[in-house]
Design a protein around this ligand. Structure first.
Ligand code: ADP
Length: 698
């Protein structure tokens, strides 16, 4: 098993949540977006991370950083531990005065220093021998630890194709331990963050104990004011290398193998943006038994290890790829002229046992824990993302960092991202917020009107009574009192609705559930307003085929629901029209109350919106019919708090039907969980003014 080592970290304060790390990551689950005080932050998921280092490179805010073993290496050395060092070939292009750096290391106590280019020669020798002996169809080179991480974790079907040979670094260490009999712990001066994974892998047997990257080494030298130019030059202790030093540049392995297998098909591929995609293609081709390259020389970094994830160009003059190539090309010419290099394979044949340099890979580090939502779950997530249409589910703008809305939905489903990290979601939230603000301001205009009209009526009647108090007949007083009462009740109803809404928002709402016969409840409410409907020349019919349906509800809330719906039916119904209240069971588990009028109707596009707070259909109509736009939103909440649903069917100029459906309680009228949840709230009944059905003014 892989040890999941945390190496790449987030500086939360610096992270601005731009998602660049996500968009540059090859593994969607390796980043986790989360909110801190409403701000988006993205941390690393170490278990999934392949340590390709790309997120550190692309972060404009320096929010991502890594740790290696540099501090520990120097501390251990200082404390007298016997340590030897191996150095990657990229050392010479990262430090102009690398020999003086080696001199410094020797001076502070490092025992032996070997060149990993020498280990690269060993590994090439092992490749050639293995390919010839085991008759490989196609192998993927294994010196790049990010590539190995990726294959082991995400494309395990390719493990069999990974070259069964240790990396140059490990080959060097094996040689030191087994053949040169050096017993010291070994530190690797490396250009690579991911080498930490390789040296901690059980299949590299702890031959190397420290990953000391050039970048951290440079920082250490600088922080400790160490001037390497002051030290004497020191040469590697190994027996010198052949062309192994070329490993550090893209295609370096190819250059090496070509020397021994001139016409071999060797695919060279490098760079995060190409290599991982290539592996998917490679896997497909393999499955389809296509012709495959003999060797895949593959690296995570576009410009090879010379510009690896743990490098820096502080101590070098070769800062461009051409400068580096030029340097290496010159050295290549020297090496080619050097006879000792050509002899190296003969030397290895005689002195080394290939079995010592073989490598195994982990077959049990596969990470396949991202769950795919079901169609229903996709639908739910997209709906919550404010994406209700097919088009909006395929915007694929990539602002979240992933290439598609679908990937974002998967990541949200798996807890790896948050809704508010979707720009489309935010846009729609802004629009909703804006329209809520608009509706709210319209509400205040309407509510003032709603309050002022009855108050004006009350005031005028009182004035009239005052002026004509001596000449008023008993009939007049009765008539005026009726008007006063009606207008007071109109105010009470409005105020009750407002109080209910605010109590719900504050969470202080506890329905008092009791098993009631919903049929008689609804019938009583309907009867109580017959006279009023008749006053408006409307015919109110109560209709049902059932005598009783028992249902666990709060009768008070059923009354509020019905009065609001009936009030609207009267308000928006047709003069001389009909209002029909019909109660029926659509199936064995539910009861439905229908309130239907044949009035002005509601345009289709508004039918979904009327349940939103402050929503009124059309200003000219709503002004004509008054209204605050809060009744239906309250009704919806009151229905839902009792476990029900409400829908609306309407046709413009033909009429409207509201359908309220409740589940019928069974098994001793147990409450649904939702109901019980709501029952936790305390009801303070003194806050609303209770009125009799018969008193309701419409
Ligand atoms: P209001 O106090 O404005 O009636 P509601 O929330 O009860 O507030 O209703 C919201 C809007 O829905 C109303 O303004 C009206 O435009 C429309 N509406 C509600 N019921 C009906 C109905 N039965 N017929 C036509 N339109 C209706």
């Amino acid at each position: 098993m892989h040890k999941f080592i945390e190496r790449i970290y987030l500086d939360e304060e610096k992270c601005v949540g731009c998602n660049k790390c996500i968009s540059n990551c090859q593994v969607p689950g390796a980043n986790i977006a989360y909110l801190v005080d409403g701000n988006n932050k993205i941390k690393v998921n170490s278990e999934k991370c392949i340590h390709c280092g790309k997120c550190i490179k692309v972060c404009d805010h320096d929010a991502r950083y890594y740790k290696d073993d540099t501090e520990r290496f120097f501390q251990d050395l200082e404390s007298g531990k016997k340590l030897s060092v191996i150095a990657a070939p990229s050392l010479m292009v990262n430090f102009n005065e690398y020999k003086k750096l080696l001199g410094y290391l020797k001076k502070i106590g490092v025992n032996f220093i070997y060149d990993v280019s020498f280990g690269a020669d060993i590994s090439i020798w092992a490749y050639i021998k293995t390919m010839k002996k085991d008759n490989f169809n196609s192998i993927i080179a294994g010196p790049c630890p990010s590539i190995v991480n990726y294959i082991e974790k995400y494309q395990p079907e390719l493990i069999e194709n990974l070259a069964p040979v240790q990396s140059p670094a490990i080959c060097t260490a094996i040689y030191m331990k087994k053949y040169a009999k050096i017993s010291d712990d070994i530190a690797f001066l490396s250009p690579c963050i991911a080498k930490t994974d390789e040296i901690n892998d059980e299949n590299t047997y702890g031959y190397v104990k420290y990953n000391v990257t050039f970048k951290k080494l440079s920082e250490y030298l600088e922080a400790n004011h160490i001037d390497i130019s002051q030290y004497e030059e020191y040469n590697f202790d190994d027996i010198s290398c052949n062309l192994g030093f070329l490993f550090s540049r893209p295609g370096g392995l190819k250059e090496n193998i070509s020397v021994y297998m001139k016409d071999a098909w060797i695919r060279q591929i490098n760079g995060t943006q190409y290599s991982y995609h290539y592996l998917k293609e490679y896997s497909e081709n393999l499955k389809n038994k296509k012709e495959m390259p003999l060797v895949v020389d593959i690296l995570n970094c576009s410009h090879g290890c010379n510009f690896g994830t743990g490098t820096c160009n502080k101590y070098t003059s070769s800062t461009t790829i051409d400068e580096v190539d030029y340097k290496l090309n010159k050295l290549k010419i020297v090496k080619k002229a050097d006879k000792c290099g050509e002899l190296s394979h003969n030397y290895f044949d005689k002195n080394l046992n290939i079995e010592d340099f073989k490598r195994l890979y982990n077959k049990n580090s596969i990470i396949d824990d991202i769950l795919e939502p079901s169609d229903k779950q996709y639908d739910e997530i997209f709906t919550k993302m404010n994406k209700r249409t097919k088009e909006s589910r395929n915007i694929n703008c990539s602002a979240c960092g992933y290439g598609s809305c679908k990937t974002m939905a998967i990541c949200i489903f798996n807890g790896l991202n948050v809704f508010s990290n979707c720009i489309d979601y935010n846009k729609k939230e802004v629009i909703n917020e804006h329209s809520l603000l608009e509706s709210r301001s319209e509400f205040f205009t309407n509510i003032s009107h709603e309050l002022r009209t009855p108050l004006n009526v009350i005031y005028s009647v009182l004035q009239l009574e005052n002026v004509y108090k001596d000449s008023l007949t008993a009939d007049d007083i009765l008539k005026y009192n009726k008007i006063l009462k009606q207008n007071c009740l109109r105010l009470i109803r409005l105020v009750n609705n407002i109080i209910d809404i605010s109590r719900m928002e504050a969470g202080f709402f506890k329905p008092l559930f009791k098993v009631e016969n919903i049929v008689s409840e609804v019938e009583n409410i309907a009867l109580s307003i017959t006279t009023y409907a008749e006053n408006k020349k409307m015919n109110l019919i109560f209709d049902t085929e059932m005598e009783e349906v028992y249902f666990n509800c709060d009768a008070n809330l059923i009354e509020r629901i019905m009065l609001n719906l009936l009030s609207n039916a009267v308000k928006y119904g047709k003069e001389n029209g009909t209002i029909r209240v019909y109660i029926y069971k659509p199936n064995a588990h539910n009861v439905t109350i229908s309130v239907k009028d044949n009035g002005i109707g509601i345009p289709e596009e508004m039918q979904k919106k009327i349940f939103n707070r402050f929503q009124k259909v059309d200003t000219s109509l709503s002004r004509k019919n008054e209204g605050s736009g809060i009744g239906l939103s309250l009704v919806k909440s009151l229905v839902e708090i009792q476990g029900g649903t409400i829908t609306c069917k309407s046709k413009l100029n033909e009429g409207t039907e509201f359908l309220v459906t409740f589940p019928i309680a069974s098994e001793g009228n147990k409450l649904s969980l939702d109901m019980e949840k709501h029952m936790l709230y305390e009801k303070n009944s003194t806050e609303t003014v209770d009125i009799e059905f018969s008193d309701i003014y419409w």
